[in-house]
Design a protein around this ligand. Sequence first.
Ligand code: NDP
Length: 361
Amino acid sequence: MGSRRQFIKQGTFVFFASQWPFMSYASSGKKTLGVALTGLGSYSTHQLGPSLKQTEHCELRGIITGSPGKIPGWQKEYGIADAHVYDYGQMDQLANDDGIDVVYVVLPNAMHAEYAVRAAEAGKHVWCEKPMALNVEQCERIIEACEKNGVSLSIGYRMQHEPNTRQLMKWAKEETFGPVQSAVAEAGFHFRGDDPSNWRLKKEMGGGALYDMGVYCINAARYATGKEPEGVEARVVNRRGELFTEVDETTEFTLYFKNDLRVSCTTSFGENLNRLEVQCRDGNYYLRPMQSYTGVQGGASDGTRLEPIKGKQQVLQMQDDARSIINNTPVMVPGEEGLKDIRIVEAIQKSVKLGSKYVQI
Ligand code: NDP
C-alpha cells in the first residue's frame, strides 16, 4: 500500500483521483464556457442575458458594444470584468482573451457576416442570430471562416431546441402520419413603427419582415416536412406604404416541393401571426403558437397533446450549443441550416422582383 501505482492496480483510482481537483474536474466532464454577447439590444437584454444566468456549461463573461453608457449596468448585473469589455473596433483583441470561448452575434442582420467572421478569426466559437446573413455569399463566408479557424458555428434558431418543435421534426422524419401533403406556416408581429429610423425598416441593415420573421416560416416549412423546397412564388403587400418605403411589411410565398407538396407561408410586420399546420396522408399535426418565446404548444390527429414546456428556449439552445463545443460533437443547428434558408430568401426576393414568377431554388 502507499504508492499511487498500487491504488490504481487495486481499482481504487476513483478515490484517489477525487483528491486531485484537476482529475476530479476532468472526470466529471464539466466545464463552463465564457460567452461574450455582441450587441446589447432588446434580444440580448431581455432574453439572452437573463437566460445565461440559468445555463449550465456556459455563462455570460464578456460584452462587445458600441454604447459605452450600457457598460456599467451590464457589468453590475452580470459581474463582467473590465478585461472582458470591448467595443466593435476591438474585436480582434479577443484573440488574447482566454476567458471568452464563444462570441454570440446579436447585431442588426446586415452586421452578422462581418462580426461572425471577425469572431472566428479571433479564434472564438460563433453563435450567430437568425437570419444568418443577408445573402448566400455572406453565409458561405461565415462558414468558411469558422472552418478555417477550427471553431464551431451555430445559428440561433431557438425553435429547433424546443421539445414540441422537435416532436414535429420527428413526426416529419419518420412519416408517422404518412407523407406530408401540404402545410401552412405563418409568423409575424405588429411592428408599431413609431421610430422610422429603426434598422428593421432599413434595406441596407437587412430590415423587413422576410429576414426577421420569414425565416421562421422557411425553417418550419423545412423541419415540419423533413424536405427541401425546389421552387417558390412570392409577393409583397405593404399596407403602410408610408412606413415601409424600403422593405417588406408582408411577404406571402408558396414553397413547392417534390410530389406536389406545397407549403403556404405568410410573414408580416403588420399583424400577429403564429401557426404551423401540417396535413399528411393519414393525419395531421400542428403548433399554435409556433415561434413564441413561451407557450409553444400543439398536437396531432391521433389525440397527442403537446403541452407548453417549462423553462426558456434560449437556455436549452445555449446549453445544447455549449455541450457540443465541450464534447466536440456536431451542433444541432449548423451554418448550413442558416445558409439553406437564405438561399430560399434569395429566391423569394427574385420572385417578388419578377412579379411573383416561379423561381427555382
Ligand atoms: P435591437 O435593435 O434591439 O438591438 C441591436 C443592437 O445592435 C443595438 O442595441 C446595438 O447594441 C447594436 N448595434 C450596432 N450597430 C447598430 C446599428 N447601426 N443600428 C442599430 N443597432 C446597432 O435588435 P434585436 O436585439 O431585436 O435584434 C438583434 C438580432 O437578434 C437580429 O439579428 C434579430 O433578428 C435577432 N433576434 C432573434 C430573436 C430570436 O428569437 N432568435 C429575437 C429577437 C431578435 P449596442 O448598443 O450594444 O452597440
